[in-house]
Write a new protein. Structure first.
Length: 114
């Protein structure tokens, strides 16, 4: 480094110190930061609200039925797995606003759940 000028040498020296300090902080980060707080109790649920009906069936356990479709079905009087199975595909389709093939799939799944 004999041919380098003095400002470049100083810049490299300061850069080395900064990188060294950064490495030291990174290595000691577990000692510098507080331990994360882990709450006691069950983990949070992703769905909010109660999706079960008066009969106790949670229609959202059927793949493809979310809270909105479940609410539409309950409003149409189809509030249980047995209610889905006993209805015809056209009635389930019309109540939820889905195709008859989707309603048929729901009916097959509900038959396995009831």
């Amino acid at each position: 480094m004999g041919g380098m000028n003095k400002p470049l040498k100083q810049f490299l020296r300061i850069g080395g110190v900064v990188v060294g300090l950064g490495a030291a902080v990174w290595a000691l980060r577990d000692r510098l930061l507080p331990a994360p707080e882990i709450p006691d109790g069950p983990p949070p649920r992703f769905r909010t609200g109660d999706t079960s009906t008066a009969q106790g069936d949670d229609l959202t356990t059927v793949k493809g039925i979310g809270p909105v479709y479940a609410e539409r079905l309950v409003e149409a009087g189809i509030a249980s797995f047995a209610g889905i199975v006993s209805s015809d595909a056209a009635a389930v389709s019309e109540a939820a606003g889905v195709s008859e093939s989707t309603a048929t799939s729901w009916m097959e799944q509900a038959a396995n759940l009831s």
